[in-house]
Design a protein around this ligand. Structure first.
Ligand code: TYD
Length: 209
C-alpha cells in the first residue's frame, strides 16, 4: 500500500492535536494505519531544537535564525520519521510542516517568501503533503484557548496582530494551492469539525490495494 501524507495547519489554539487524534482513529477504522507526528519536535533532535526555538528567554532571536531552526527540525523529521513511514505505507498525519514556515516566518514576521521556499526545499527535498488541512479560527478565539497555559511560548506570545497576519497568510496559501490546501472552519463543535475533516480525507485518500 502506498503511503499518504496529510498535514494539519492553523493558528495556535486551533485544535490541531485533538483533530489529529480523531483523524487517526477514523483512519484506523477504515483499515488505514497512521502515524501521528508534529513539527517542531517530531524527533529527539527536533525536541532539542523545539526547546531552543520556543524558549521565551531568546527575545533577541533573529527571524532568519528562527526560520533556519524550523528548517533544521524539518530536515531531521523528514529523514528520520516522515519518509520512512510513507515508504512503509502508513498515512502520516503531521501537525505543521512547510506551510507553517510560510505563514509564521513569512506572512507573520515578514521574511521573504522565496527564501522560505528555498529553506523548505532544502529541508524537505521536495516532499510535499498529499493533502493539507488548515483549521481556520478567529485569532481572538484561538488566543483564548491558549490563555489557560501557564506560560506562552516565544511565538504564542506575539499577540493578536501577529496571529491575524498568520491567519491571513494561511488563507492566501489556500487560495494559491487549492488542489492541496483546504481551509476548514475550526469554530464550534469538535465532532462537527472532525466530520468535515474525515469527509475531505475520505474523498482524497486512495483506496486500499
Ligand atoms: P505547535 O507545537 O503547533 O504549538 P502549539 O501546540 O502551542 O499550538 O507549534 C509551535 C509553534 O511553532 C507555533 O507557534 C507555530 C511555530 N512554528 C513556526 O513558526 N514555523 C514553523 O515552521 C513551525 C513548524 C512552527
Amino acid at each position: 500500500m502506498k503511503g499518504f501524507f496529510i498535514t494539519l495547519e492553523g493558528p495556535d489554539g486551533g485544535g490541531k492535536t485533538t483533530q489529529a487524534k480523531l483523524l487517526l482513529e477514523f483512519l484506523e477504522e477504515q483499515g488505514r494505519p497512521g502515524l501521528h507526528t508534529v513539527e517542531p519536535g517530531g524527533t529527539e533532535i527536533g525536541r532539542a531544537i523545539r526547546a531552543l526555538v520556543l524558549n521565551p528567554r531568546w527575545r533577541q532571536m533573529a527571524s532568519r535564525t528562527e526560520l533556519l531552526l524550523m528548517a533544521a527540525d524539518r530536515a531531521q523529521h523528514v529523514a528520520e520519521v516522515i519518509r520512512p513511514a510513507l515508504a512503509a505505507g502508513l498515512v502520516v498525519v503531521c501537525e505543521r510542516y512547510v506551510d507553517s514556515s510560510l505563514a509564521y516566518q513569512g506572512y507573520g514576521l515578514g521574511e521573504d517568501l522565496r527564501l522560505i521556499d528555498q529553506a523548505n526545499e532544502l529541508a524537505a527535498g521536495g516532499l510535499l503533503p498529499d493533502l493539507t488541512i488548515v483549521l481556520d479560527v478567529e485569532p481572538a478565539t484561538a488566543l483564548a484557548r491558549t490563555a489557560c497555559r501557564t506560560q506562552r511560548d516565544r511565538i504564542e506570545g506575539r499577540g493578536l496582530e501577529f496571529q491575524a497576519r498568520v491567519r491571513e497568510g494561511y488563507q492566501k496559501l489556500c487560495a494559491a494551492f487549492p488542489e492541496r490546501m483546504h481551509l476548514i472552519s475550526a469554530e464550534g463543535d469538535v465532532k462537527a469539525v472532525h466530520r468535515r475533516i474525515a469527509e475531505l480525507v475520505a474523498s482524497r485518500i486512495p483506496g486500499r490495494g
